[in-house]
Design a protein around this ligand. Structure first.
Ligand code: FE2
Length: 156
């Protein structure tokens, strides 16, 4: 018989949900990081960077909702406060003013961190037989690797 996420044993559901809450937290912090840079970027590359940062925060805003709603499908609590997100996120905010190059570097590192966090969550879901969460995590991880490449290409 086909098993849906809600039919998984409680400890499996909660472990996957916790990994997803980690993904939500880091995605949300990176959303704000990208929007902060979208607002404040200056220099000769203003146009393309302003647009790229917007593309990133718009993608992440949708993604954090998809990930949090997956937590709900697993029957768990979606952690939705900024304080708790900042506390657990491995991606940090950028304090103060950043040059365009510092922005690209900080956002590239955030994308790499996110790709790793999503890969970890996907592996955990796979271990527990939750193929559909695994699929979501793989898709998100691939998107973060794509953005990491876009950003890295500016630094070559
Ligand atoms: Fe804008």
């Amino acid at each position: 018989m086909t098993q849906t996420a809600i039919d998984l044993p409680t400890n499996a559901r909660l472990a996957i949900a916790d990994a997803l809450n980690q993904c939500v937290a880091e995605t949300a912090v990176t959303t704000m990081l990208a929007q902060n840079f979208h607002w404040n970027v200056t220099g000769m590359a203003f146009g393309p960077l302003h647009d790229l940062f917007q593309k990133i925060y718009e993608d992440h805003f949708v993604a954090q909702d998809d990930l949090a709603e997956r937590v709900k499908m697993l029957g768990a609590h979606a952690e939705g406060t900024l304080g708790s997100m900042l506390k657990r996120s491995k991606v940090a905010e950028f304090e103060g003013k950043a040059s365009a190059e510092q922005m690209i570097l900080a956002l590239k590192e955030a994308q790499e961190t996110l790709a790793a966090t999503l890969a970890e969550a996907g592996a955990l879901a796979a271990e527990q037989g939750d193929t559909l969460t695994e699929d979501l995590c793989i898709a998100r991880g691939q998107t973060h690797e794509k953005f990491a490449w876009f950003l890295r290409a500016h630094l070559a």
